[in-house]
Write a protein that binds this ligand. Structure first.
Ligand SMILES: [Fe+2]
Ligand SMILES: [Fe+2]
Length: 316
């Protein structure tokens, strides 16, 4: 077993904790690692590292409380570095390949191909062949979201995806509660599905207004300032990294609820005794999940990273 350097974060002066960890991380070569030892879950550091250094590290809990937390942080080699999300941002057709293998490219898209293959037990060579093959078939028009102005992309997300979510929730709520009521005896998973659906509905209803009222208007201001060659003051929330971290965490929660629904429904498979409501309900849930994946992909993999870059240019 390799012996790794262990950094005891509890004895470092608070304001020096993160800089010390960052400089330790920066000094690593690809493939090297160190361990941090802490007295609480250092998850905020995970998001800070992700935001400021990008997905070039692996984060593994060796111990998870209640008194001691230890995490092995390893720096990836450049070849391992390109993330699933970045690949899909460049070419949305690749999403099909990831979907086929049940690989999450949006909510958990900040992982490298090597990482997800390891997690899912997928043959990486086979997957990469299929990913490369998508580049050769010229597909019908796929929007080139990466080239859009951020204000336009933000409006697109609200008008297409937020609108779709708001329109779909009431009907889906009815379907899932009805299914649980009528068939819950014979199919108890329907009761669980209805609960998870309420969770995701609540999560999204609280989540979207934050984007619409705070985050997206701020992104538009940044873009406007850049066009006019102006510098902006620091916003009340410090840096856009903070609301982005929060949004990404909420995306993960929503994605997790839908993943649970997918699992409970065996990939939306209607049983032999399933009625028409069953069929329509599952078809709509599946459509809802697909829409949410594209929606979160646009935010996590395109809008947010570009807004972070923009903020660096524009803030005083
Ligand atoms: Fe959104
Ligand atoms: Fe969102």
């Amino acid at each position: 077993m390799e012996t790794l350097e262990k950094l005891d974060v509890t004895v470092i002066e608070p304001r020096l904790k993160h800089p010390t960890i960052f400089s330790k991380f920066d000094a690593l070569a690809g493939g090297q690692a160190f361990i941090i030892h802490n007295d609480h879950d250092p998850k905020p550091l995970y998001y800070q590292l992700l935001g400021e250094r990008g997905n070039i590290f692996k984060w593994e809990y060796l111990e998870e409380g209640p008194e001691v937390w230890e995490v092995r942080i390893s720096k990836l080699t450049p070849a391992e570095g390109e993330t699933v999300g970045e690949l899909v941002a460049k070419d949305y057709r690749k999403a099909q390949v990831f979907k086929k293998y049940g690989i999450d490219f949006c909510c958990g898209g900040k992982k490298s191909v090597a990482q997800v293959c390891e997690e899912k037990g997928v043959d990486q060579e086979q997957l990469e062949q299929e990913l490369n093959a998508t580049g050769q078939v010229s597909n019908a028009r796929e929007n080139d979201y990466s080239s859009w102005d951020l204000s336009f992309l933000a409006d697109y997300i609200v008008n297409m995806h937020h609108k779709y979510v708001r329109e779909s929730l009431p009907a889906l709520y009815e379907y899932t509660t009805k299914l649980a009521r009528v068939h819950g005896q014979r199919h108890p998973e329907l009761v669980e599905i209805a609960k998870h659906f309420v969770n995701v509905a609540n999560e999204l209803e609280a989540h979207m207004p934050k984007e619409e009222r705070v985050l997206f208007p701020y992104i538009k201001q940044l873009e406007e300032a850049k066009k006019r060659g102006l510098q902006m003051d620091t916003p009340p929330f410090g840096s856009i990294q903070n609301p982005i971290n929060m949004m990404e965490m909420e995306h993960e929660n929503a994605g997790g609820e839908l993943e649970a629904i997918r699992r409970l429904s065996s990939n939306y498979t209607v049983p032999a005794d399933g009625c028409a409501t069953y069929q329509v309900g599952f078809a709509k849930l599946k459509e809802f999940e697909e829409d949410l994946h594209r929606h979160i992909h646009l935010e996590n993999n395109i809008l947010f990273p570009k807004a972070l870059e923009l903020e660096k240019e524009v803030l005083k």
